[in-house]
Design a protein around this ligand. Structure first.
Ligand code: HEC
Length: 159
């Protein structure tokens, strides 16, 4: 009696051990597979987004035509991309283009945005951007009306 009990116990133990070992083997296969290819458990959809990004790159996101950066409307020039990357995130480029200022007023405007509108520190790019703006969008002088030059004056005659 006792002998057969012992045998049953040993068999049960072996069965248990076998299950444990097969689970371990299975787990290591899964880990090995994952290590060799981390994407193996993801669906194909996620791989598709990569294709999408590549297509838009081919499409030339920062295309320049006739000296105009198509996406923003900025003129081509030194410092264009620094300006595009830092000045079109919160408002359109049009707001920048409309405002023609000299160097000092651009500095003031940028510092005003930094103090009140969460504009980040531009570092070395600040000088590059201001130089781009002053070069390509200089202030237009619109002071007093110019003197009339082509008027034909007539004499008032007494009656
Ligand atoms: C963090 C957001 C942010 C960034 C980035 C930013 N601005 Fe602004 N800017 C604003 C806000 C907000 C206003 C106010 C908009 C309004 O009045 O409708 C503004 C207004 C302006 C104005 C109009 C100022 C006025 O007196 O009416 C100009 C010009 C301007 N920005 C230029 C720039 C330039 C140049 C850059 C790049 C250096 C830039 N902005 C980057 C947030 C930003």
């Amino acid at each position: 009696m006792k002998n057969s009990d012992f045998r049953i116990q040993v068999k049960a133990f072996y069965a248990f051990l076998l299950v444990c070992i097969s689970l371990l083997v299975l787990l290591s296969i899964v880990i090995l597979l994952y290590n060799s290819n981390p994407d193996i458990f993801y669906s194909k959809k996620e791989i598709d987004t990569k294709d999408y990004i590549e297509v838009s790159k081919d499409d030339n996101y920062d295309k320049i035509e006739n000296g105009i950066h198509i996406r923003t409307g900025f003129k081509e020039g030194e410092g264009l991309m620094e300006t595009v990357n830092n000045c079109t995130n919160c408002h359109s480029a049009q707001l920048v283009i409309q405002n023609r200022m000299n160097k000092e007023r651009w500095e003031e405007t940028i510092h005003w945005m930094q103090e009140t509108q969460n504009l980040w520190d531009l570092g070395d790019n600040e000088a590059i951007i201001i130089n781009y703006l002053v070069t390509n969008y200089p202030p237009v002088k619109k002071g007093r009306r110019t003197i009339l030059s082509t008027v034909e004056w007539y004499n008032l005659e007494d009656e």
